[in-house]
Ligand binder design. Sequence first.
Ligand code: CAA
Length: 281
Amino acid sequence: MKTIGVVGCGLMGRGIVEVSAASGYQVVVREINSDLLDGGLKAIRQSVDRAVAKGKRSEEEGEALTSRIVGTTDLAELAACDLVIEAIVEDLDAKTALYSELENHLSPAAILASNTSSLTVTQLAASTQRPDRFIGIHFFNPVPVMKLVEIVTTLMVDPNTVTRVSDYVESLGKRSIECKDNSGFIVNRLLVPYLLDAIRAYENGFGSLEDIDEGMKLGCGHPMGPFVLLDFIGLDTIYNIAEIMFDEYRETRFAPPPLLKQMVQAGHLGRKSGRGFYDYG
Ligand code: CAA
């Protein structure tokens, strides 16, 4: 693989662009309009500059990395990509509409992947003309830091696709684990009920936000307590994931608690909106 395409330059997409370009790949990233594209590219440049300022990369490496990234609003510019990773909004219709337009431009051999965290990869793969070359590649936030990538396989995927994608993930210096296609895969299947349970514990008055966070940080060695992590991921993101997982499994442990729903409705989305369980004002 030489050229990686990324569709979506939001939090996850821009991280995938950065780590791919850092590992020597040419990267084409597509956003739906120039404002979103410029914002995403600016965030990548800031992240690279921070790494240079901290001495993690030399200035030349930083420049070489950014020179390997091309931004576009035109899907046709992804035509030369060997692997295209979709990292757009977690919405089945939006994803399938994108794939049907994108496939008009891709080479027949190109692999198409989704960074979905909760939709089943099978339903995404089945909507394309290349289910044997369609796979889940699930990165974790913040992408430049988190070492894990889940590779999600379906009944239809070709083993050669799995091997090529595993090689790509390894070339980024990350560790992959292979997951059979199930909503939430391995990590979110365990993480999401834990986070929802923390909200229920708080709703039921078990302890303050700070004490529940301290409990899990100091008692279990987690880098962040559940409420700091919820605010970090984004409450709207967790709410959507929980809804999708509840819909799939019909188990109450995946059901979003009323407090989470109310906070999303109130626009308290976590760090990104300045307020979530904590105030970032
Ligand atoms: N981009 C790039 N680098 C970043 C970064 C970012 N957004 N945030 C932090 N870093 C880097 C820092 O530069 C720093 O690097 P150095 O030590 O080399 O200087 C390092 O990460 C540690 O950062 P800090 O010292 O500022 O802060 P920290 O020690 O508290 O670590 C953290 C921050 C890495 C985010 C850590 O708190 C952590 O691992 N938290 C848990 C994150 C987590 O669970 N992520 C998974 C979310 S779930 C998900 O993504 C799946 C899904 O589908 C919802």
